[in-house]
Design a protein around this ligand. Sequence first.
Ligand SMILES: NC(=O)c1ccc[n+]([C@@H]2O[C@H](COP(=O)([O-])OP(=O)(O)OC[C@H]3O[C@@H](n4cnc5c(N)ncnc54)[C@H](OP(=O)(O)O)[C@@H]3O)[C@@H](O)[C@H]2O)c1
Length: 440
Amino acid sequence: MAGLPRTKPLIILITGANRGIGFCIAQALTQKNAKDTVIVTARVQDSASQAIQKLKEAGAQSHLDSTALDITSDQSIQALVSMIHERYGRLDVLINNAGIAMVPNPDLSDFRQVNNSILDTNITSVGFATTLLLPLLLKSQNPKVINISSGRASITRLTSGDLPATVSVPYSVSKVALNVMTLEMAKAEPKVTFYLANPGHCKTAFNGYKGKKDPLLGAEVAANLVHGDYKSGFWHNDGGEMEMMPCWASTTSDIFLFQLLKPILRATESSDSPSRVVSVSSAGHKAAGIFFDDLDLSKQGYNPMLAYAQSKTAKIYLANPFDRRYGQSGLRAVSVHPGTIFTTQIGRPMSAEELEQLAPMAPFARSAEQGAATTIFAALSSHSVKEGGIYLADAGVSAAAAEDEPFAGPGYAPHAYDEESEEKLWKLSLAAVGLEGNRD
Ligand SMILES: NC(=O)c1ccc[n+]([C@@H]2O[C@H](COP(=O)([O-])OP(=O)(O)OC[C@H]3O[C@@H](n4cnc5c(N)ncnc54)[C@H](OP(=O)(O)O)[C@@H]3O)[C@@H](O)[C@H]2O)c1
């Protein structure tokens, strides 16, 4: 992907760049861009200086600078901020790479200390350093923060059975938390583009060199994010192509919420005036069913529109079995297509090209108020008292889509009702949130 037109050479800072993936990111960045400055940091100055020497031997073209940085020391972070302020007056790219993973002793004597150290290094320190560096980042024309995350931060991957059990639970927790922290910081500071980068399982000291991937290849994702024009998000690069990582299936969180609220919903249920669960789906469900052997789309390649379609079929597959279980006793569940609404922020992550593809849906465009009307209708109308598991659109009950009905039309796809798949997803979703023993 082509980079943004560059007006100034970049000032790039990498934490933990004396070895492993951090060093390889420095190597990848310094070999091509002679005008940029790469600031290599390490816990001790000697290690940073040695890394610079190795980068030069490996053919570094860029200007190289170094400083000591222990990310867990406030004093050390303050000193770094002053140094960048004095030498450069701004920071264009911050790569938060430094990280640790440890396993507590079997006798648990250091359990609390190990958990706290991991969270301190991988989360608290990243948040603090980024916050203190923000004023310098905001002086850049195109500031970027790249947080080095992990495949372990993808709850979709964790729950799909793709990943074996981790050797360090607090490490996995820290990387999920890093993702959440990054998303929140991105919302709070929209002038900075925040990224998460998954290097893959790399051969470094971190895992006793048991990883499968050369760390230079693992470094590519971060190096590409520095120079490319990518959307904010969670990226990885397995074999040359930059791809978005799956983060979280919306059904999984819905089923968890349903289970938490179920006692309250059931306490007020009655067959005359049932409690209702309204699952907001979309006509988008028509584009895909559930890929049970590829839930995170990693096999076929991640495609945001297909992922959206799958998640919207999943919304219907949540309402239908829910209604089968509780509908008769007075707790109904229905699905809703609010209409194609162009006036909300749902298209914000989409490129102009992707938005262009939605143009044929314009005749079916609805206002946000019209969209809300269908959800209100689902929550209050007598239809959803008598018939649960129905699919509603345009403030009415929909039928199966006619063969010639346009995609954005109110009808549902044939795969919207498939008891076997619905029950399969129900079980998988319960297992994903640790409620596999819960038959309902
Ligand atoms: N290796 C993998 O398979 C893999 C997979 C996914 C994600 N990651 C992530 O990639 C990043 C780099 O990992 P790696 O595999 O390159 O590990 P590594 O070889 O162990 O390197 C870790 C780096 O972090 C530094 N560091 C640790 N604690 C620090 C602190 N308090 N202050 C400053 N620097 C500190 C280390 O410095 P010292 O030399 O002084 O210890 C070292 O430079 C980590 O965030 C890790 O979670 C790795």
